[in-house]
Design a protein around this ligand. Structure first.
Ligand SMILES: [Zn+2]
Length: 183
């Protein structure tokens, strides 16, 4: 199965994705695992050297490969070198903190080539309910900080929202009161 990352000019990135029905089809499961493999490869410098069009990423949602289904993958190594892996179907945020957070460097996206500077406000702590294709069970993910930011970025994709939609247009670097800044 070959797929291509679509850019933010694509309609699939501006459409609301449909829930996945259970049991999950083999095709959907394969796509999700393929997306995860893509992320892992994208973090390998030798792979990027060979595939010049591949950019490093930590999250990918199905609409980014042109499939409007509520599925996403996340892969990164935490500061303690702990692997964080999610391959989620029908994720939903069921709890969120009032406290906000944002990346001081701003956010990026594999589907966005242009540079959009500014802070992207996110909820600092969230609880996400989903079905995890790797664990093969329903999961409740309690995430905060960086992991919570990535989850919110990817879930936004399922609703046709891009990170730069959330940047304050008149003052992109407006400080948010009591927010946790992540450097
Ligand atoms: Zn993105």
């Amino acid at each position: 199965m070959k797929f291509k990352i679509v850019k933010d000019t694509s309609l699939s990135l501006r459409s609301k994705s449909k829930p996945v029905t259970f049991p999950i089809s083999e095709k959907d499961e394969k796509l999700l695992l393929k997306m995860l493999e893509y992320l892992k490869n994208s973090q390998n410098p030798a792979f990027r050297e060979k595939h010049k069009d591949v950019r490093e990423g930590v999250g990918l949602a199905a609409p980014q490969v042109g499939v409007n289904k509520r599925m996403l993958v996340i892969y990164f190594k935490s500061e303690e070198e702990k692997e964080v892996v999610h391959a989620l179907v029908n994720p939903s945020i069921i709890e969120n903190s009032l406290q906000k957070t944002y990346l001081l460097s701003g956010e990026g996206c594999l589907s966005v080539d242009d540079f959009h500077e500014g802070y992207v406000p996110r909820d600092y702590k969230i609880v996400v309910k989903a079905y995890d294709v790797i664990k093969k069970e329903d999961v409740m993910i309690k995430a905060s900080g960086y992991e919570a930011i990535i989850l919110q970025h990817e879930i936004d994709h399922l609703n046709g929202i891009l990170y730069y939609d959330r940047i304050n247009k008149s003052n992109p670097f407006l400080k948010i009161a009591n927010a946790v800044e992540i450097g």
